[in-house]
Design a protein around this ligand. Sequence first.
Ligand SMILES: Cc1ncc(COP(=O)(O)O)c(C=O)c1O
Length: 352
Amino acid sequence: MNFLDRNEFNFEPSQKVVEAIKNFDPKDLCFYTRIYDQGKKSVISVRVGEIYGVPEEQVLLTYGGEDMLKNAIHYFLSINSQEVNGTPNTKILIPEFSWWYYNKVAQECGGTFEMYPLHEKEDTFAYDIDEVIEYTNRVHPRMLLLASPNNPTGNGLTPEETARILENIPSDTIVLIDEAYASFISKDTAYIAPLVNKYSNLIISRTLSKFYGLPGLRCGFGFIGKGHDQFLSYVNKYLGYNRFSEAVALAALDSDDHYRHVADDMEWGRQLYKKELGDLPGFKVYKSVANFILIKYPVEIKDKLMEELKAQDYKIKFMTDKGLESCLRITLGRKEQTQVVCDTIKRVYNNK
Ligand SMILES: Cc1ncc(COP(=O)(O)O)c(C=O)c1O
């Protein structure tokens, strides 16, 4: 099966990752790591701290980005929801058209969510920064969720926009920025340390699942502003992390050249979709900056398209979110996979 529906990695892992797996000593699994005797979480948090220039104490490690969201949302909306006018503040603001999982996690811990709008522009969607600030001050949520780039719309925030939001909202609103796809847009990570240094209410979440192509490893990492000892102790694992994952994660973090090369190759796919489908009536190919692309299509071809893709063992995401029902989200895979999907969409459209 060709899975182009969940923004996974249809390419080869780096040679360093392959070697780390081959050379892993199974006996390492017979013992817990001893790094916590030095007051550190893991060799991964140490390495991530070095790469991003953030003190290890402020690095978070989780079971994928998913688990970062779960930990943060459960903690701040339930365990440590602060009172406003005598009642616990369980509100979270989430972008419209975003990953469905945000709502699910908020609901499972009794949180109440509200959506702030994203605005469709020419070939993209956008945050209206003033509107996000205004909304946050009006609703005064315990958490504000921002995603950059956002899934499925692909739009993001600049560091300046993030700072402007943080500067102008209540300081007891925890801002969680989901940057699961951020490495695709830029290798610049220098903005992270100053932001988490300055804003104690900021959490930035990243993952090895997307750019580093290891969704099966379940390794997420992130950064939090200062002064959150209780939350850190809630998230941290007393007996350390999975030592096999640690070895693989270190190798992946040391393989940027390989993964950057793969990410650059995805441009071919973006261009193909744009060229082949962009001008067809009923289609709109949105700007993509991550490992997926959002395409509006004539929804009357949905059943036939599903059938034809299935017959060739392909899966793409037919969006069902309100307002995006006539969109497809397609993971950018290998060239031959992109060609099959693009040809199939065109064929089904031409024979409708
Ligand atoms: C926007 C977004 N954030 C986070 C994740 C979490 O990925 P993982 O838990 O594999 O790190 C995903 C996965 O698809 C995602 O789309």
